[in-house]
Design a binder for this molecule. Sequence first.
Ligand code: MRU
Length: 374
Amino acid sequence: MKIETLRWANNHLEMIDQRILPASFEYLAYDSAASVAEGIRSMVVRGAPAIGVAAAYGVALEALRLSGLLPPARGKAGMGVGDTASTPSPALPLQGGGNSAADFNAGMEAGFTVLAQSRPTAVNLFWALKRMRAVWESVKDQGNAAVAQRLLAEAHEVLAEDIRINRAMGKFGAELLPDGARVLTHCNAGALATAGWGTALGVFRSALEAGKKISVIADETRPFLQGARLTAWEMVQENIPVTLITDNMAGFMMSRGEVDAVVVGTDRVAGNGDVANKIGTYMVAVLARRHNLPFYVACPLSTIDMTINSGADIPIEERSVDEVKGFRDYHWAAEGVRIRNPAFDVTPAELVTALITEKGVIREPDRNKLQALF
Ligand code: MRU
């Protein structure tokens, strides 16, 4: 089964609802910047590259909507926006098909703002908004409908390009893994975190495609369980050998010689090579160094933020304490306990064996090597 995390269908953006995987598989439909922003915020779509693609479509949808070119979406995929469990925020006010350029522009600015506020850490969101803004600026004088069509074409290109990039990274990454490698990964950096193929999981797919026998060890990834729910599901769908462990088992597995390498994705790489990724990644990197295992980070160039000096400056999202208290409606933590829930951590560049990018493998990343990529 080919996993299409995001797709354009019936004149809307449809996204797999990742909150309910693997118990249910369902698409939700989106028809505005505000509804896409809510889909990102509520984790219907997650994973840095997928968030970027969703944001690109959010901009295009807003332009189509403000041009009066979109029928409103209602309900689930094929029918419309949201489901009963999610309550997408209301779309920004529609000014109608005959919008003046000024009203259209004001509506677009509001769309960009609401998307930029959806999640803070993955830089791909801001990368995609910047790219869409540049396209908008370049065709601004061509009329609302033409602008909207051009932005939609760009969103399609962002999606297609993401898959091409993942394939390229996969090829470079696959060369790093020996035949028979048992590779540990954290969180989900797979097809579900991208437009398809995946970054870290794309490396595994490419290695398998190249005829290597790879097996995957998936950290459960507390508290949101992206490893148990999403990575395990993706691997099982394709009969890729996968073993699920809780996060605190990684050290034991390494100490027993049961791990050959680590490959993870990333949400933002700072100019000096420090890597922000799902909370717990830093712990895995420290363990990998202790056990002399290579720690690889699959990283499209859209995830490198040269404007940020070091990992200390990367904004780290703090999510609801409910995610740590328990899962969904079941709470196991003592009532009244103080709880923290940072969603990402930073692995210093010195612990990174190499970044795997679409332009090649960058060993021992530092500012000069990253600068040279652009
Ligand atoms: O909170 P999430 O699920 O959006 O976090 C996702 C991750 O941390 C991924 O590892 C990262 O975005 C890379 S995805 C190719």
